[in-house]
Design a protein around this ligand. Sequence first.
Ligand code: SAJ
Length: 435
Amino acid sequence: MSDLARRLEDKLRTGEAHLGIVGLGYVGLPLSVEFATGGLRVTGFDLSAEKVGAVNRGESYIKDVPAARVKALVESKRLDASCDFDRLRECDAVIICVPTPLGKTKDPDLTMVVDAAKAIGERLKPGQLVVLESTTYPGTTEELILPIMTARGLKVGESFFLAFSPERVDPGNARYNTRNTPKIIGGMTETCTRVAKALYARAIDTVIPVSSTQTAEMVKLLENTFRSVNIGLVNEVALMCDRLGVDVWEVIEAAASKPFGFMPFYPGPGLGGHCIPIDPLYLSWKLKTLNYRARFIELAGEINSNMPDYVCEVVADALNEREKSVKGSSVLVLGVTYKRDIEDVRESPALDIIKILEGKGARVGYNDPYVPELHLDHTVMRSQDLISSVRAADIVVIVTDHSSYPYRDIVEAAAVIVDTRNATKGIRSPKIVKI
Ligand code: SAJ
């Protein structure tokens, strides 16, 4: 192991090391707080002066990160934030936590990763460790990041170190957080893995090394593809049960009684969030370049992205049963975030459902306690008062089953309800139509 690696490992072990985290979103901010709590000096970097200002004022804009923790770490000078990327030179290690969305053609968009890597590469100094956390296709770290880092002549594994470590944040999960969720680490060389392991040991209880960056990249994609495909399967089972006249929720609940070999997933209005609908497409895109067609991923994607249309068909049928057309009817959507008890609307199927129903001439409103206003294309909608809007609507659609909703009162006040989440479980009423 080179002297530089040994010195870095020592600084990480003693807590002298200064860590930079590029990207202060739902991954970067919790990570910054955990590493600062773990004893390192941490500087968060972001292009957003608003985020940087909030952190330096001791505020938190991420629901799972208590502002009190940020404030205490900022006051004790363990944590600060900056837009000045020249300060990356102060850091012994840098972690990249920027978004990896899809481009307009549904292909991977690694622009933010490359920009972050260039900002680091241009300032890279001997002895620094760089870790990519952004979810991406296998090969990204070696094929894209490594050349940027070696452009000025530094040698990976000797004069600088490079690894991949997938994020596993589950927004809104009260039980699993950054510290107690095991972390996978894959380095470009054994020394890279070793120093990356020393870094993460400062903040995370369980650190699991794997043999390469590609392996670590693939672990993450397997995790999220596993979810996307199983959600697609159970959404198709819902379509089957509808045709069979069988209650899919009862079927799943009974199947879940099997103590081995089964893991329940639940049908829903579609797949939301900025991970599960997107990450598997990074994998299928990469395999396409290797002349392989990832059929499960494509089929799951088709089924999941068709669920908003299916929900709107159920709404139309329910109105029709009451001799009403979609056109001219008032529809109230309950819950617009992509899953319950969070405030994130990215990729939420509720947005598709609202657009489809409006396209059919319905007058659509929504209520969501987490989303006071909703920007949809060029319009701004505002969350309506709950019970009065339920009472006034021709039909109510439960799209996101927030725990705070008074479902009995909603059923009482509604004319008819389409329930896409089994949120009204245990309430018997002819008004309820479940997918
Ligand atoms: N969904 C269903 N049926 C299910 C489970 C989920 O329709 O049985 C829907 C949800 O409503 C949501 C979407 O799928 O719209 C994604 O839900 P999710 O529970 O996978 O949550 P995410 O995307 O916020 O976070 C996931 C993490 N969640 C879990 O493992 C439970 C985890 O997979 C990743 O750490 C994270 O994505 C990520 O950042 O990759």
